[in-house]
Design a protein around this ligand. Structure first.
Ligand code: ZN
Length: 488
């Protein structure tokens, strides 16, 4: 039975779905104002692994991953210019052109990484009405206040009734000491209050009408709104990167509890970060490498280009809750590992069965399943696959034999775990060379036999059509006493 680590309770828990046979999961997606980088690949691949495993277990999964296209401001949640609007201003584009352009590129990168598309991919800007209604519910319950056309969460009031900070393990006192004092000019009561709705400054180009002002929703609001809209007031899983735990996810919990009176999410899951030489990767550091740069190798920190599958394998080689330190050498090691996996797969598919097995395949399926059920332990799954490669090599080298049943089981386990669950695309070149050639030869023979029949029936139209078409395609056909010969 699947166990996952719940960030909220800080322990591994058996996964029990809210509705039998169904899973609802929400994952925070990208803010689409630039190309995706390695830091985007990790949550996408982590939750793709979870999504694929649920599908493997036979669940019907509704997977929602949003696109943030409004309200994510430069500094934290409610200060600075909107990231999309800034890009649009610099590039002299309509903000939605920026959104569409980077959304398309994000999809392209995700497809290259073999990340399955979510069931629903809602945009924040497409849910303004719902967000306004959500803010109104919080106001109605007395946990927010209006100030100068903006609406803020009254964190102190909320914290009297609900535990604020429970996800990140902070309490209000810690948060108070961590935040700066207000300078008296601020429209907020406290510096730790966060915006639910912001009145747009005159130069702000993305704004919508609301009961409070012409403005835009606070960044955290979209996830509370769209998560509950598509998955219900209570749903199974909410995921994202660890960096989103505070303030984003903490704020989301507060908004949902304030509006609905109860928690929405049963299991909170967070993937750890990717570092470069021990430092968090990001635009503010000089270690920002986009996925496109990995694929082309065009970055000073890269020794060569790396395929999307190498990136995927590199990420899956670590457990999602461990940090991963990137270096070009580490990627080269992943590339070699993936090549070994490919070679073992090719050999496995070419093995021929014997009456009996002299090699042990063990209970490899159970072992791989156990690893996945232990909080998605992909590195252990990979190590089990490599372990079974020893038996494959023994048989392929003629030093052992494998029975038909064992061979079928091993091939099936490899296909299930490598392709369906880990989502690795290997070249399926095990025997395609010979089967393609056979199929091709069979098809040409079939056409020429039809032509022979046509000739016997004096159907010259069909006979000529087949000969002329094949000749045009570059075939040379010779009629012989017994039938025909052909070549290219
Ligand atoms: Zn979110």
């Amino acid at each position: 039975m699947l166990q996952i680590y719940n960030t909220l309770t800080r322990q591994k828990e058996y996964f029990r779905p809210l509705h039998e046979g169904h899973v609802g999961m929400y994952v925070c997606g990208p803010t689409v104002y630039g190309d995706a980088h390695l830091g985007h690949a990790r949550p996408a691949i982590t939750f793709d692994l979870l999504y694929r495993y649920f599908l493997h277990l036979g669940y019907k999964v509704r997977y929602v991953r949003n696109i943030t296209d409004v309200g994510h401001l430069e500094h934290d949640a409610d200060e600075g210019e909107d990231k999309i609007a800034k890009k649009a201003r610099l590039e002299q584009l309509e903000p939605m052109e920026v959104v569409q352009y980077y959304t398309n590129r994000y999809h392209h990168d995700m497809e290259a990484l073999n990340v399955l598309p979510p069931s629903i991919e809602p945009h924040a800007s497409g849910h303004i009405i719902e967000q306004i209604a959500f803010v109104q519910r919080i106001l109605d319950h007395g946990y927010a206040y209006i100030s100068n056309g903006s609406v803020y969460m009254d964190v102190e009031k909320y914290a009297k009734d609900f535990p604020y900070g429970k996800l990140s393990g902070r309490n209000l006192e810690d948060i108070k000491t961590d935040t700066r004092e207000l300078d008296g000019q601020d429209e907020k009561k406290h510096s730790y209050d966060f915006a639910l709705w912001k009145k747009a400054a005159p130069e702000h180009i993305m704004h919508w009408p609301s009961p409070w002002s012409e403005g835009f929703p606070g960044w955290h609001m979209e996830c509370s709104t769209m998560g509950t809209k598509y998955l219900g007031e209570e749903f199974d899983i909410h995921g994202g990167g660890m960096d989103l735990m505070f303030p984003h996810h903490e704020a989301e919990i507060a908004q949902s509890c304030a509006a609905l009176g109860h928690d929405t999410v049963h299991y909170w899951m967070h993937n750890n970060m990717i570092t470069i030489a021990g430092k968090k990767m990001g635009k503010s550091y000089n270690n920002f490498i986009t996925l496109g740069q990995f694929f082309t190798g065009e970055h000073p920190l890269l020794t060569k280009p790396f395929s999307p599958m190498t990136i995927r394998f590199f990420i899956l080689m670590a457990h999602y809750r461990s940090t991963v330190d990137f270096s070009s050498e580490a990627l080269e090691a992943a590339e070699k590992g993936l090549a070994r996996l490919q070679e073992a797969y090719n050999r496995l598919m070419r093995l021929t069965p014997s009456p009996e097995s002299t090699v042990q395949i063990g209970n490899i399926r159970e072992k791989c399943e156990e690893a996945m059920e232990d909080d998605l332990n992909s590195p252990i799954v990979i190590s089990h696959l490599f372990e079974s490669a020893k038996a494959i090599n023994t048989v392929a080298d003629g030093k052992g034999t494998i029975s038909a049943a064992d061979l079928k089981e091993l091939q099936d386990v490899w296909k299930t775990f490598v392709f369906d669950i880990l989502g690795l695309r290997l070249n399926d070149n095990s025997d395609t060379g010979s089967t393609t050639a056979e199929a091709y030869k069979g098809a040409v023979d079939l056409l020429l036999n039809i032509r022979l029949d046509a000739k016997r029936n004096k159907d010259w139209t069909t006979s000529d059509r087949i000969r002329n078409s094949l000749t045009e395609l570059g075939f040379s056909i010779k009629d012989t006493k017994d039938g025909f010969e052909w070549s290219i």
